[in-house]
Design a protein around this ligand. Sequence first.
Ligand code: SF4
Ligand code: SF4
Length: 327
Amino acid sequence: MATGYATQAERKGLNSHKRITSLAVMEKLLSENRGPALQWEGKSVKTVTFLLDGVNEDMKVDSINAVKQGLLLQETRSCQVAILCKDVKVSADGMERLYRKAREKGVLFFKYDTPPRFSIVNGHIQVDVKDTAAIHKEEQWPVSILSDLLVISESFVPTPETERLCGLLKLHLGNRGFLMEDNPQFLRVRSNRRGIFLAGGCRFPQEVSESLIEARAAAQEAIALLSKGTYTFDLSVAEVDPEKCAVCYTCPRLCPHSAITVEKYAEKNIYTVSGAGVETKWGAAKVDPAACFGCGICVAECPARAIILHHETDDQIYAQMGLNDGR
Ligand code: SF4
Ligand code: SF4
């Protein structure tokens, strides 16, 4: 899955002013107009202010884009650039160097805790902010910056098809509706379902270089699965005894890998919802062995003791512990 992410602009009040734009629009403007001066609505732009962390405080991609765009504006379009943020996030490949270069070239950085106020002064945008970069409070001064253009962040949201695809593929959704990895520390490209891998901004907005690393990792995972020609599932997988299953729906809800469905494969437990047709008859819970990771959660939680974990049955565990009479 590589569905990426989308952005959502909040254009209310002053945010809808014609001299306020977004990082995405500025990116497009810089790539389409390579002349020595920046034009905005037919007028030359000399001063640009970036205001970050208003909506995506925990995302570093805004910082990265603002530093890159600011440096380009300062170096190639002779603009004076100021970047206002709560924290400059430079934890990406080469970003520390780029940040230092931006400072050397004259890009101004201001740190704020209280959101800046902005107003229109003679058709320009004025931003008033208390710069909290200094450690000592008495050295933290209020600053007013007058700009031709104010560039703000837009909210990051999952692409519209993400939720529907997740429902179809039984994938887990995490923070803000983005896709969730199986293990954020070690298995970042693996989803909760075996054979489905995640790469890029579908998990959270990120830099292109990071997405490429994840795409390579996902491709390697797919090669590892496909190169054998056939997939042989692990021997320690769960299996439901349909004769014991009470169709309580505990295990399909709890399985972290969406490996259990309730299917019409057993004669016991068949019932029909009153007023509905024959199609509503159900059999028992069933484990897909290729999707099962053998974690044992369903075994422990089944109230009817209808599930066993092959090669890890209770009797085998008791025998290993020398507790054969302990039941
Ligand atoms: S938890 Fe047990 S009884 Fe409930 S659906 Fe699953 S197998 Fe059946
Ligand atoms: S053992 Fe774990 S992964 Fe396998 S079906 Fe049960 S809960 Fe799902």
